[in-house]
Design a protein around this ligand. Sequence first.
Ligand code: ATP
Ligand code: MG
Length: 461
Amino acid sequence: MPDGPRSIMTALWGAGHAAYLVGGCVRDLLSGRAPADWDVGTDVRPDQLLGLFPAARYENRYGTVGVEADGSVHEVTTFRADGVYRDHRRPDAVAFTDRLEADLARRDFTINAMALGRDPRRDDGAGIELVDLHGGSDDLAAGLIRAVGDPAIRFTEDALRLLRAARFAAQLGFTVEPDTKAAMAACAALAARLSGERVHAEMGRLLAAPRPSTGLRLLEETGVLAAIAPDLAFQRGIPQAKIPGDDLWAHTCRTVDAVPAGLPRVRWAALLHDIGKPASFADGHFVGHEAVGAELAEAWLEALHAPRADIERIARLIRQHMFAYAPSWSDAAVRRFIRRVGPDAIDDLIALRAGDNVGSGQSAGHDGLDELARRCRDQLAARVALERGDLAVDGDDLARIGIPPGPLMGRVLDGLLDRVIADPMLNDRARLLELAREIVRQGGPDTRTEPGPAAGVEPGP
Ligand code: ATP
Ligand code: MG
């Protein structure tokens, strides 16, 4: 145990109070994982905690106090027994208690309901004890997620636990104990009432797990997925010719697993990349599914209150994921591809497609993807112009030669960019100003030779 939480607990013991590590850190310590943070539980009431630790601050309205020790802030929470749950979301009230047992009983799963510490009020200085009243260490050893108490009651109290079960299953590679899983299925519909923010936070943790599919399949099997993301649940049973025996949902799960855990937005995009397929399934074809999918994904992520920049990026990756590279692409075609996707999103799109390849039973670099990745890297390294801002002229320059700001100027800049992408040598101030005059003389940019950024399929060289 690091010095910070130890010194907080030592101070509490010295004042004659119980102090235990509680929740996730005990689970992680017992299973040899590095705890993400250290939560201390005590019988001391929040207002008294502020007296014992003068620099302490309230962390939330449930009476959790943040205490700084050894350079970081640790959460100290008074033992509590949750009050009544009326809306399947949060307890209406929390009741503080001085009983550790009550605090452990309100926790969701047995592996999360253990405590490690001591209570000077009842021990005789015997030292640190593990308090495990619900069989948490056995379940930890057996790799089981089991609700504390009656699982159906626990999921009805707080439907977020449905998602948490799947999240822990994915993070730890555990199985959900059969009664707990049956209760998940029975209570699945309650997940539809969860706030978007809470669903987003838990899904984000699930998607960051080493193998998200463990949790995703569980959500689907129990009907929780249908409650939170019906369009994804529709993927079950849709045929998918790529891997024998796989349906579209199996393909989605494989694709998510194949994307590196360190790329969270790409994991989200992998989850959602084919969300448009059920809606565009006709005659065994999924025409335009990437555009339909981008919109469905955007609507869902908005409902989850995901950050704007994430929504934009994820929707863009989905919209662009169907490109068809051919080795015959010219360098200019590679540059048009980069421009359409956005230089900042190229690595993510390649990672998504590599995952999609693996999810289809192919090698990551299948169909020239490795070559395309290398050619994109070369173009980016050459620092050629790929966006309007890279041009050797800007709007002010154009205004000075009499092109008024507005739609015409935008079209001229795009026309210049088209030319420069076709031939990077043209990116020279004098030549671009000359070209701009020419474009205006001809009555606007010539769009016949450059098809421009069409959605979906790269026009090729
Ligand atoms: P992580 O390592 O991901 O933080 P954790 O177990 O610490 O995992 P938290 O969400 O930080 O998870 O919650 C801390 C503890 O609080 C849990 O271990 C669990 O005992 C309890 N807890 C959290 N959320 C709930 C809930 N919705 N219902 C019941 N108990 C909960
Ligand atoms: Mg935690």
